[in-house]
Design a protein around this ligand. Structure first.
Ligand SMILES: [Zn+2]
Length: 125
């Protein structure tokens, strides 16, 4: 794709040279001999810039596409990694909630999961 950029630069240079030659032939000592030929020269330069820019643009975009593809791979890899981390961290709160011992706040006696009163001191839950 670097080749495209080089071709584009050569097209622009070629346009400038061809246009410059045409313009210099039609201008003699600051006097415009043929406005038509000057116009043709300017047209050649403009055409060179436009078509050369297209080549450079395609070359640059081609390079960027490669880079974009590479970075997309990294992004996809990153998303895959974070997905794995997410499922692991989701599992932790479940294990934290399971071992929940009910102890009487007054005497510390171990209570039944849905006990309404402490069997030892009779404290209401
Ligand atoms: Zn108690």
């Amino acid at each position: 794709m670097i080749g495209m950029i080089v071709i584009g630069v050569f097209i622009i240079l070629g346009g400038f040279i061809a246009g410059g030659v045409v313009i210099s032939e039609s201008v003699y000592e600051g006097v415009v001999l043929s406005e038509e030929r000057v116009g043709v020269g300017i047209g050649l330069i403009a055409a060179g810039i436009i078509s050369g820019s297209v080549f450079i643009w395609m070359g640059v975009v081609g390079e960027h596409l490669k880079a974009i593809r590479e970075s997309l791979k990294h992004v996809v890899g990153y998303i895959e990694d974070t997905k794995d981390d997410g499922s692991e961290s989701e599992a932790t709160p479940d294990t934290e909630e399971k071992p929940k011992l009910n102890l009487c706040p007054d005497c510390g006696t171990k209570l039944q999961p849905k006990a309404k009163f402490c069997p030892k001191c009779g404290k209401e839950m």
